[in-house]
Design a protein around this ligand. Structure first.
Ligand SMILES: *[C@@H]1O[C@H](CO)[C@@H](O)[C@H](O)[C@H]1NC(C)=O
Ligand SMILES: *[C@@H]1O[C@H](CO)[C@@H](O)[C@H](O)[C@H]1NC(C)=O
Ligand SMILES: *[C@@H]1O[C@H](CO)[C@@H](O)[C@H](O)[C@H]1NC(C)=O
Ligand SMILES: *[C@@H]1O[C@H](CO)[C@@H](O)[C@H](O)[C@H]1NC(C)=O
Ligand SMILES: *[C@@H]1O[C@H](CO)[C@@H](O)[C@H](O)[C@H]1NC(C)=O
Length: 477
């Protein structure tokens, strides 16, 4: 199960209490749900008060997630983020551990058991926050459009949240980018339309397990960017004091496809008129301060239409593909840059007098308003580095280690590769920490190897009789 945090405590708990949720255990009070349709994926966040109405000890409660967000072999689930948090009176939040059950109930839902840190007394309550992100769930309507037509997307959801407990009161807000939705489910004077927000409800005294499907169709003249794959490589060089990053993207515009052939004349006219377009014309990549030597290349070579704005606090690389990327079109490119290693590396001396290095880098950085199907992040450490630990604040990753031999390497460089699936731009706040040491013999490995290589060359030259032996002797001595 990908999303479970399989803490042994939780497993032990599941083994002892294998009970289904009982609707009389809790009451959901004042649920406010916001469905954000302003991005390439659906971000759905709720906040509610959970009130204990049970007389027996319970240390967990249940939520539910639609089983259509997973696929059978779990290779490309649509659920990219699922976070449950406890909100304290001072507005600080604590993440709660949860486990998504494999079974699918008659409503096509999978139950999620959330462990509470401290039990609630009868009649007492706690505020819970739930944030989910679902990718590949917004479909273009119609699927094919003309080059100058606006793109529409369709979202299918529910008015009330599917809960195993009664909901005393709920409101659901649906927010779209910059125009009010052009079609949506209505019932008498529900929903309330204010600007680009639809407010469904309030609904009072909703039965457990109730749901009511709704459809919202809205104009979205923004490209729907799906990064099929991102390969990121970070090279750590102590001798050069440099951290080199190279990112290879394979992306696709997952929006509405072009009905007719692409017309360059029409495109130029729309560019002149600065019309909004669902085609990807350019994208801003936010980089970290101190970035140098930024480059952007594709299959053909250097893309000179790109533009780097070196704002000291927030440098931006504006990438502009050679041609607009319409719905259904792919584009792959490489983006790279250098950073002073000192900005990402700290060192300390441990109790045995050995220097320990800690490298802290973002797991992903860069593009906004995208989702990633597959992400691979490789950190190439200096030669002979010995890894003490690899930690990521984004925990849903698999780790591989390997050795890489580059030019003149004697013992090879350790490469740590982290693989993740289904990430969203928001998760670029995730960080990766690699702790390692550089055993001192490793530091001499390269000079010794270079010396050996030189000696070999000299002997080869001597054998060929091209230079005077006496010079060779003085130089290699
Ligand atoms: C609800 O209250 C009862 C009685 O105070 C307690 O035994 C139980 O553990 C509480 N449930 C939760 C989930 O905190
Ligand atoms: C689950 O998802 C499917 C497909 O999107 C949808 O038809 C169904 O109404 C959803 N069920 C619930 C309970 O939300
Ligand atoms: C699109 O272009 C192809 C070849 O360039 C041509 O065969 C086809 O008829 C064109 N389609 C339309 C709808 O113009
Ligand atoms: C690549 O294009 C950029 C413009 O974005 C230009 O500044 C740079 O000199 C070019 N590099 C090469 C190697 O041509
Ligand atoms: C786009 O890339 C995907 C794989 O990422 C591939 O399956 C698809 O055929 C490509 N589409 C086109 C039009 O090249």
């Amino acid at each position: 199960m990908r999303f479970s945090i399989v803490a042994s405590a939780l497993l032990a708990y599941a083994a002892t209490v294998l009970s289904a949720p009982s609707p009389s255990d809790f009451k959901v009070v004042n649920m406010l749900r916001t469905v954000d349709l302003m991005k390439a994926y659906v971000r759905d966040s709720s906040s509610f008060i959970l009130e204990n109405t049970s007389s027996e000890p319970k240390s967990s409660f249940y939520l539910a997630v639609n089983s259509s967000y997973f696929d059978d072999d779990e290779t490309t689930p649509k659920l990219a983020m699922y976070e449950v948090k406890l909100k304290a009176d001072d507005a600080s939040t604590t993440p709660l551990e949860f486990e998504i059950a494999p079974e699918v109930n008659e409503d096509g839902m999978r139950l999620v058991e959330v462990a509470l840190k401290t039990p609630l007394e009868v009649g007492s309550s706690q505020t819970i926050q739930l944030v989910t992100a679902v990718v590949r769930e917004l479909s273009p309507i119609p699927k094919k459009i003309k080059q100058s037509e606006p793109q529409n997307l369709m979202w299918e959801g529910t008015k009330v949240s599917y809960m195993p407990y009664p909901i005393v009161k709920q409101r659901t807000k649906v927010k779209t980018a910059d125009r009010p939705p052009n079609a949506y489910s209505k019932h008498i004077d529900d929903p309330l339309v204010e600007g680009t927000t639809l407010t469904y409800g309030p609904y009072n005294d909703v039965e457990p397990y109730a749901y009511d499907p709704i459809l919202v169709k809205y104009e979205y003249n923004i490209p729907v960017i799906e990064v099929s794959k991102l390969e990121r490589e970070l090279w750590v060089s102590h001798t050069g004091g440099n951290l080199a990053t190279e990112e290879r993207y394979w992306l696709k515009n997952a929006g509405a496809e072009l009905k007719d052939n692409f017309s360059r004349i029409r495109w130029q006219a729309s560019t002149m008129a600065r019309e909004r377009t669902p085609a990807l014309r350019s994208a801003s990549v936010h980089l970290r301060p101190g970035v140098r030597d930024v480059y952007f290349t594709d299959e053909i070579g250097n893309v000179s239409t790109s533009n780097f704005r070196d704002d000291p606090r927030s440098p931006i690389m504006e990438i502009r593909p050679r041609y607009p990327i319409f719905g259904g079109w792919n584009y792959s490119f490489t983006l790279g840059w250098n950073h002073d290693l000192g900005r990402s590396l700290r060192s300390l001396v441990d109790s045995e007098g050995e220097t320990v290095y800690v490298l802290r880098v973002p797991l992903i950085e860069g593009l906004m308003n995208v989702y990633y199907n597959e992400v691979e992040v490789s950190v190439v450490l200096p030669e002979a580095a010995e890894i003490l630990s690899v930690e990521s604040t984004y925990t849903d990753v698999t780790e591989e280690r390997s050795l890489l031999f580059s030019h003149l390497d004697a013992v090879g460089r350790t490469v740590v590769k982290l693989k993740a699936k289904n990430m969203i731009d928001e998760q670029k706040r995730s960080e990766l920490y690699v702790t390692y040491t550089l055993p001192s013999n490793g530091q001499y490995a390269k000079p010794m190897l270079v010396a050996t290589a030189l000696i070999t060359v000299f002997f080869a030259v001597i054998v060929l009789g091209r230079i005077d032996i006496s010079i060779g002797k003085t130089k290699t001595a």
